[in-house]
Each structure stands twice: as C-alpha cells, then as structure tokens.
Design a protein around this ligand. Sequence first.
Ligand SMILES: C[S@@+](CC[C@H](N)C(=O)[O-])C[C@H]1O[C@@H](n2cnc3c(N)ncnc32)[C@H](O)[C@@H]1O
Length: 251
Amino acid sequence: MGMSKKKSAAKNVKRKRQAGASSDGFASVSASASASVKRDSSNFVPFGGGILRGKDTCLVIGDGDFSFSWCIARQYRKCRFSANHLVCTSYDGVDAATKKYGNVATECIQRLKESGFCVQHDVDGTNISAAFPSRKFHNIIFNFPHVGAQRVHENRALLRDFFASARKRLHPGGKVLVTIKICPPYNGWNIEENAARSHLILTNVVSFDAALYYRLGYRHRTTKADAVKLQNVRDSKTFVFQKDPRFDVAV
Ligand SMILES: C[S@@+](CC[C@H](N)C(=O)[O-])C[C@H]1O[C@@H](n2cnc3c(N)ncnc32)[C@H](O)[C@@H]1O
C-alpha cells in the first residue's frame, strides 16, 4: 500500500525545510546555515558573536532591495537583539527602490518596518551625518558600493567620501565593513588607501560567505536595474576598518 497522505505531506514539508524554503517565500535559516553561523562566529561578518553583539548598533548603507537588511534583521530577532539597534538604508528613494527591485523590496521594507526596524531612504553614504546628525554606530556596513557606472575614479571617490562620512558616525572602537570583489576593476579602487585618508586602518579581511547569505534570503542587486549583474559574489571579501588609534579623536 502507498504512503498515507499525512505522511507524504510531512515528508514534503521536511524536504522544503531542508532546501531552505519557507511558506512566506523567503529562505529560512536552515540547520546548516545556523551551524555555519556558529562555526564562523569568530570571524564572520556580520552575523555571529565575533562581530555583532546584542548591544552593538548597526547601520546598513546602500542596500538595494533590502534583502540584506532583512536577512540581518532576522538574525537580530533570532538573537532577541533590540530592533532599535539596526538601521537599514538605501540611496534610492522608496519609489525608485520598489520600482527597480519590485516585490522583494516592497516585502522586505514592510517586514522590516513591521518588526520595528528603522528603514530610511535617500541616505547618502557620503554624507551620513545629514541623515543621522546625532547618532553613532558600532558597525557601518556597505556591501558592494557602486556608483552605477564602470568608472574607476568615480567608484574610488565614492569609497573615499563614504569612509570620511562613516568615520564621523562611528563609536570609539567601531567598525566600517565594506564588501567588494577582489578582481579587476574592483581591486583597483584602492580601498585601503581611501580608508587611510580618513585615518581608518584595515583590521581584518574576511570572506563574504555568499552561500550563507543567499540561504538567509540575500540577493545581490545592481545600482541600475538593467546593469549586468556580478557573475557571482563568491570571491568577494569584507574589509573591516577601525579608527587608527593615533588619530582617534572625537569629531
Ligand atoms: C552594486 S549595488 C549593491 C546593492 C546592495 N548593497 C547589495 O549588496 O545588493 C550598489 C549600491 O550602492 C548604492 N549607492 C551608490 N551611491 C551611493 C551613495 N552615495 N550613498 C549610498 N549608497 C550609494 C546604490 O544605490 C546601490 O544600491
């Protein structure tokens, strides 16, 4: 005799869970992802005890469809961190973001807001103080900064001005985390030199665990909707900068 309907439904749910799918269409935190978070917690960005702690505040700059913010937010919720401690921003206005990135952006923004996280649009990473004049953060994250044109000097300038702006909004001992690919042309953007101009020194470089982030629901987005997507984000690194203690004066 064949398997009962109940047993077969239970098997399907189990199979879906193993594949990381959830009923709401977002990837769920699979057992293997959680294991990976624990395994990598000493040097993993931005999840895990190594980098994020409950009291740490975190500002995400230049998100695309907010899938990255939402995947961190879910970790915050899981760890019962305060929603106040995560601020998610896009350079795009809300209409531009939802037009470019469709339902995923709409849903991520809605979920973030419903869960109490701060979502702010039109935030210029080169002038963070304009959006947050009196707030400082322990972590300021900018994944795959890009002006939307393959112009090396413009992307270098974006990095340079972002570092200058981020430094002003960083708590003592805070970190600026920038993820980029490490192949041409990105490795010509002089990330370390541009950070050093703002007296930020490189303190760590960790692999961007694309497989884990993708399991958690992140999808890489381009600045322009019709741009050619990165072939993959697997060989990307997160560069971690902190204030050079020799110049760590209040600004
Ligand atoms: C390649 S996309 C990456 C998007 C998203 N961070 C991700 O990982 O999918 C580059 C992002 O940089 C943003 N961006 C460009 N100039 C910016 C600026 N001055 N301030 C903040 N974000 C900026 C774009 O709006 C876009 O979202």
